[in-house]
Design a protein around this ligand. Structure first.
Ligand SMILES: N[C@@H](CCC(=O)N[C@@H](CS)C(=O)NCC(=O)O)C(=O)O
Length: 199
């Protein structure tokens, strides 16, 4: 399988973490691309032109990150990151949705910063920033129940927080969110995270 990826994309990192949690690095070749340079190979795999995209050995291409992660989890051996049924499944998917939304808002702000002065929208940045802060508070409230074994929910949260550390160093999210901070520090010691840290 071939994964189109980038060292800084939090969405691609989710997939790279899942590959490692499933002990499957030998099955997935990672190809770094710059989505904003519109590489044809990425567009062939994902018409949306976004990273990550996974091309299977039969040529089928999968996107976006929740679909790729669930495919890998379902088809590779090892402990399940997507609980099969029941409340645990909905909790994992709910946390993944919160983390993915946080990433969306953070990536949107990062892109906004790259725009020319006259093309920027301070109002949109303000809304995305408030959404990030609300979601961090939500996650702080959920963190005592995260449990020890990783799920797709906690994997996605770890990637979202790592992206904040990379791009929003000045946010200081840890100060008022001690449970989330402790969770992130614990998660970061897993090889799947330490090997995929944003470059
Ligand atoms: N919902 C998508 C989001 C993927 C995404 O936004 N990727 C960014 C990189 S972090 C991207 O490729 N952006 C390129 C663009 O928007 O042109 C997923 O979960 O995979």
């Amino acid at each position: 399988m071939k994964l189109y990826t980038s060292p800084t994309s939090p969405f691609a990192r989710k997939v790279r973490v899942v590959v490692r949690e499933k002990n499957a690095t030998s099955l997935v070749t990672e190809e770094v691309v710059v989505a904003r340079q519109d590489p044809p190979a990425l567009h062939a795999a994902n018409p949306l032109g976004k990273i990550p995209a996974l091309v299977l050995d039969d040529g089928t291409a999968l996107f976006d990150s929740p679909v790729i992660c669930e495919y890998l989890d379902a088809t590779l051996p090892g402990p399940l990151l997507f609980p099969a049924t029941g409340p645990a499944r909905w909790q994992a998917l709910r946390l993944q949705a919160a983390a993915d939304g946080l990433m969306d808002a953070a990536v949107s702000i990062a892109y906004e910063r790259m725009r020319e002065e006259g093309e920027r929208s301070p109002g949109a940045v303000e809304r995305w920033s408030r959404s990030i802060l609300r979601t961090l508070d939500f996650l702080e409230g959920e963190a005592p129940a995260f449990g020890d074994g990783p799920t797709i929910g906690t994997v996605a949260i770890g990637c979202a927080l790592g992206y904040l550390d990379l791009r929003f160093d000045d946010l200081g999210w840890r100060g008022t969110r001690p449970v989330l901070d402790a969770f992130h520090k614990r998660l970061s010691t897993r090889p799947s995270f330490s090997e995929t840290g944003p470059a």
